[in-house]
Design a protein around this ligand. Structure first.
Ligand SMILES: O=C(O)CCC(=O)C(=O)O
Length: 258
């Protein structure tokens, strides 16, 4: 089902939208407990991906870290927004998370992934769409994402070293909701001036012709691939791979579809 016209307009104009009530209270608790457990384990074993002077942490490759994360990949309440912005054959680029601990300062303004390396003007249509699945209430005080509504329409990247912007907004939104935005919107995690961490799952998708950040096709665990529905397989990128080499027709052992 396509999203209503009003939401299409909001996404076109502001570049972002809040989708309410995506996760239930029990899902929030389940994801949070598992993420905190993974974050601690990864800090201890040295694989932890910390940032912002050690006060931020990404736990990445979530699809390989528990079956519970697989249902985020093709969530019926969120998929129509990705489809509207990226086309019905969009793919997953990363399924990750961002934990912002007390004392973390504002992150640096950026646009997402390859947009940061592209010459201006940036493409006038969406290439990447990010979504933050809030596992805590986000506020301007606890690290609520800061962003500049409509900045995707400038077709430029944020000036380097941009500290604040006159139109900057800091996200206030309840846990369980999803903040979805065009990756060309200037944004960053906010400073956390409270005594508690602020946690979000992140599902980041791209057009099917772009290279995703993570290679799901070759590195998903076998059980994850077996459980994937055809739609999930497409989202993981199985339907948008570069072609393998041509092989002689009499080579009966080769069953690849070319
Ligand atoms: O965690 C946040 O508030 C922002 C995350 C972010 O900047 C990103 O995923 O590019």
């Amino acid at each position: 089902m396509p999203i209503p016209k009003e939401q299409q307009r909001e996404l076109n104009e502001k570049g972002c939208i809040l989708i309410p009530d995506v996760l239930s209270q029990s899902e929030i608790e389940m994801y949070k407990a598992r993420l905190l457990e993974l974050a601690e384990k990864e800090r201890e074993d040295g694989s932890g991906r910390v940032h912002t002077n050690g006060l931020g942490q990404h736990v990445r490759w979530l699809v390989n870290k528990g079956e519970i994360f697989e249902k985020l990949v093709a969530h019926p309440k969120v998929m129509p927004f990705f489809e509207y912005l990226l086309g019905v054959n969009y793919t997953l680029s990363t399924l990750t998370s961002n934990i912002i601990s007390p004392g973390a300062s504002d992150g640096g303004y950026h646009v997402d992934n390859a947009l940061g390396a592209m010459p201006e003007p940036l493409p006038s249509f969406p290439m990447f769409v990010n979504s933050l699945w809030l596992l805590d209430d986000f506020t301007p005080e606890n690290g609520g994402t800061r962003y500049v509504p409509g900045s995707h329409r400038s077709l430029t990247k944020p000036p380097s070293g941009l500290a604040n912007h006159p139109q900057e907004v800091r996200l206030s939104a309840p846990k369980g909701s999803v903040f979805l935005f065009n990756g060309a919107v200037w944004h960053s995690a906010g400073a956390n001036r409270t005594g508690k961490a602020r946690i979000a799952l992140i599902c980041f998708c791209c057009r099917s012709f772009l290279k995703p950040m993570f290679d799901f096709v070759h590195y998903l665990k076998p059980g994850v691939v077996e459980r994937a529905t055809p739609v999930m397989r497409r989202i993981y990128g199985f339907d948008s791979q570069p072609k393998p080499p041509d092989v002689p027709k009499h080579n009966k052992r080769d069953t690849r579809a070319i």
